[in-house]
Design a binder for this molecule. Structure first.
Ligand code: FAD
Length: 322
């Protein structure tokens, strides 16, 4: 049997983070001379399936409706059945709340090793090697995953999307046996968000405690709109109740890596940096020229946000086409 690298996609679809998973899978499959197999759990939009068929060698689609629901027990059972048939060298997932529940349990069931929130994957001496940040983003650690398969979740947007192969992979339908879930969902509250997911955003305008209250977030909303970006916040701003908890970026919040992260009145604590330190460009506005965030910035303005934000909004309004 030839080597196989599996990328697992689920109910969250084929957005920017999932495209990065496919990119990492393609690169790893190339290094191993392996087939890149996309395993899709649950219904997926036709357009997303067709994008996926342009980058994978083979697609296996278990489209049972129950798998479209947030139910890790079912996803786990389906992933186990579909992975076991091909003895993959690696199984890659996007790092989101779903995969945080599935990744280590799947590795255990497949008898492999697992690593979460990985920013780089390579091979050395026939072994899969991964990198991830450690000590709140202050260091990078490198691991070798000894037991196969290596079940790995990749940090949002840390991997480049897969290039199209120029071929179209066929979509094979698969049927899996789903167990009775061990957990019953008694209530669901949909996340209040508009536009693209924070993890998939190209531009993020983020606000911190230095804004002093919820009102300035309205000015940041206008700036984000002009920049075609999404809004986020530090934990301090979320904990104060100024913005919803699902805006939080950092160690205990979302991990993002946009093209541009604009941190406004955020000090740059290590726990915050852990969630956005992989952004391509970081810019900051902060009155304190010694704030740690400036050490991680490509651009910074040491000034009161009240002076800078309106000027920046007006300037960019003229530059960025609607
Ligand atoms: P502050 O540190 O208070 O910084 C406010 C900044 O605003 C200052 O630098 C100040 O100079 C500047 N400022 C003030 N007025 C103005 C003005 N008018 N104009 C411009 N700038 C101004 N934090 C997270 O963000 N995400 C996490 O996921 C997270 N997880 C954590 C997990 C653990 C286990 C722990 C212990 C902490 C965690 N934290 C997290 C908290 C973190 O340590 C910081 O307390 C938090 O990030 C600080 O938020 P902040 O930068 O908004 O506030």
């Amino acid at each position: 049997m030839s080597a196989v690298v599996i990328c697992l996609f689920g109910a969250t679809g084929y957005g920017r983070s999932a495209q990065g998973v496919a990119g990492a899978g393609r690169a790893l499959a190339g290094e191993l001379g392996a087939e890149l197999r996309a395993v899709v759990l649950g219904p997926m939009e036709e357009g997303e399936l067709s994008a996926l068929s342009g980058v994978a060698d083979r697609i296996v689609h278990a489209d049972q409706a129950e798998l479209g629901d947030y139910q890790p027990d079912l996803a786990l059972a389906a992933a186990e059945q579909l992975c076991k048939v091909s003895e993959p060298t690696a199984v890659l997932l996007a790092n989101d709340v779903y995969s945080q529940e599935v990744t280590p349990r799947l590795a255990h069931r497949l008898g492999g090793s697992s690593m979460a929130d990985v920013t780089e994957i390579s091979t050395a001496d026939g072994m899969i090697r991964v990198q991830r940040t450690a000590y709140g983003g202050k260091a990078i650690s490198v691991y070798e995953l000894k037991k196969s398969p290596a079940v790995i979740s990749t940090r949002a947007r840390s991997m480049a999307p897969a290039e199209p192969t120029g071929r179209t992979a066929e979509v094979e339908k698969a049927s899996v046996e789903l167990p009775e879930p061990k957990v019953r969902i008694v209530e669901r509250t949909a996340e209040q968000s508009e536009g693209v997911k924070l993890e998939d955003a190209d531009v993020i305008v983020s606000g911190g405690r230095g804004l002093g209250g919820p009102e300035p977030f309205e000015d940041l909303r206008v700036l984000a709109e002009v920049m075609k970006g999404q809004q986020a916040a530090s934990r301090a701003a979320c904990d104060a109740g100024w913005v919803p908890p699902n805006w939080q970026v950092g160690q205990t919040g979302k991990k993002v890596a946009p093209e541009l992260y604009l941190a406004i009145a955020i000090s740059g604590a290590s726990q915050h940096l852990l969630g956005m330190g992989d952004s391509k460009v970081i810019a900051a506005i902060n009155t304190d020229a010694d704030a740690p965030i400036f050490k991680h910035c490509s651009f910074g303005i040491a000034e009161d946000f009240k002076k800078v934000v309106p000027l920046l909004t007006e300037k960019l309004r003229g530059l960025i086409q609607p």
